[in-house]
Design a protein around this ligand. Structure first.
Ligand code: PEP
Length: 258
């Protein structure tokens, strides 16, 4: 089955709403100049919550094909949850995607499988596509447990979901030791885990669900390494942090160009 690759830029806690507007405009112009075909490679950005309205205004006004989403969401929908962001708000702002269980959420906010699972379900309940992030820390890899660790995170995140729901998900394999470190996994490392994730979904559900789900690699992706990673059969795109803050660099990544 043909899966449309997805290149998603995770801006993390960078760029205010003015800078966000500028970056999206520059990205759109750069991709237009390159005659980018968005039906061949989908492009998304995950700005801070406070930038979403600016990004939406620009995307709507200029009829851009760039999609956008949140970097997190609440497991609740409304009520006394100070500081939380409801999926209702994200959906109203035109978000397509929302990242769930990013390693920085797991590390700094103690999000475990129960939390990521609740967030995945809440996103789906409001027609947002979760980008479920999984991946191992360096010690886990050194001990040779990276596959079982990552698949346990996957199993936890998918608890109670139907095959139809899983088929529409995006899973991002992000080895923690490669995030923001400049230390990139080899294309074979990326394939090993992206393939293992797909195989696990086939085991838990069925082959057509596994063939439909998009599995991204994330961790120090740059224009210089993207082509080799994207050449792997089970890698359907990239979740890009630092390099997505530079429009020209991210446009090259979107086009798998060095
Ligand atoms: C990320 O934050 O998801 C990420 C992959 O970051 P970076 O590309 O900077 O390693």
């Amino acid at each position: 089955m043909a899966r449309t690759p997805l290149m998603a830029g995770n801006w993390k806690m960078n760029l205010d709403h003015h800078e966000a507007t500028h970056l999206v405009q520059k990205l759109a112009w750069t991709l237009k100049d390159a005659k980018h075909d968005y039906s061949q490679v989908e492009v998304a950005v995950l700005p801070p919550f406070t930038d979403l309205r600016s990004v939406q205004t620009l995307v709507d006004a200029d009829k851009l094909d760039i999609r956008y989403g949140g970097q997190d969401l609440s497991m609740h929908t409304a009520g006394a949850y100070t500081g939380e962001i409801s999926p209702v708000f994200l959906a109203k702002l035109g978000c397509t995607y929302v990242a769930v269980g990013h390693s920085e959420r797991r590390q700094y906010h103690g999000e475990d499988e129960a939390v990521t699972n609740a967030k995945v379900k809440n996103a789906l309940a409001h027609d947002l596509v979760p980008i479920l992030c999984v991946g191992e820390e360096l010690e886990v890899r050194k001990a040779g447990n990276h596959v079982s660790h990552t698949l346990a995170q996957l199993d936890g995140g998918l608890q109670g979901l139907t095959a139809e729901q899983v088929a529409g998900l995006v899973i991002a394999y992000e080895p923690v030791w490669a995030i923001g470190t400049g230390e990139v996994a080899t294309p074979d490392d990326a394939q090993e885990l992206c393939g293992a994730i797909r195989a696990r979904i086939a085991e838990l559900y069925d082959q057509s669900t596994a063939d439909a789900v998009r599995v991204l690699y994330g961790g120090s992706v740059k224009s210089g390494n993207v082509a080799a990673i994207m050449a792997k059969p089970d890698v359907d795109g990239a979740l890009v942090g630092g390099a997505s803050l530079d429009a020209e660099e991210f446009a090259k990544i979107v086009r798998f160009q060095s």
